[in-house]
Design a protein around this ligand. Sequence first.
Ligand code: PXL
Length: 287
Amino acid sequence: MSIDRIAGSDIMGDNVKREKTYPKVLVIAGSEPLGSAGVQADIKSITCCGAYAAGSITCIVNEDTTAVKDIYPLPVELVIGQADSFLSDVGACSIKIGMLFTEELIAGVAGLLKKYPGIPAVVDPVMVNATGQRLVELSAIEAYRNELFPLATVITPNAREASLLLGHEITLDSAEKDMEALCAFGCSAIVKSVRPCGRQIDLFMKAGSEGYEIIEKEMIRTPNVNGTGCTFSSSIAAYLARGFTLESAVHKAEEYIDGAIRAGSEYLFGKGFGPVCHNYRFNTEAK
Ligand code: PXL
């Protein structure tokens, strides 16, 4: 579609030196109405971790805190067009990829990453949400493995998503083989919430390295975990955009999400799964 211009649009000259650049993260992810997950969580997380957030929406999700009710994917040309507009004009320091839902969207995003090589990409393969609902078409799982992961810097599946990707359950006993299998897709990997008997463990392995890291955290029992995966992966993207190494970005993001879950656990929010408190490092007291 061509949009008419019916008036002139001169850019005014500036009288302030413009020397600064933002550490910019382009988010490609779904939108939801609660402000807990998807693009909404990504933008909050990136902002609170000190980077600039831009975004292209992949699908519109209708959900409340108890269930996902509807998912409407947007046309691939529009999704890729939005991202291309930002990348070609402004440019990104990192890319965070969230819910893609269809094989066609995965192929489109893979094409985009090939067009703009060299930008670190954090791929959160959103497949299962906090309530256990599937957020991906089954045909898309293969496309993640074959088309997108080889172009990713790091993938951040939760334990259920890692199990879907590997075709068997991931456990601490099989962790070394499983992490190697995930990295064999051509990227680093961090698997969140591997839960052997009440412990809270994430596993991190850098592509091409020997061995993996066990990151053990205190278990926080709370229903306010909607969007934890989005928030965590966006935080990694923000720190990568700011120039931290992948290892440092992962550790800083672990610290951020731990604080956000802890702070968010004190809030009442709907009848089901609520959000983390993204802005806990800022003053949230009412006057
Ligand atoms: O948390 C997974 C997730 C990601 N993206 C969108 C969502 C959800 C969870 O419901 O709605 C848009």
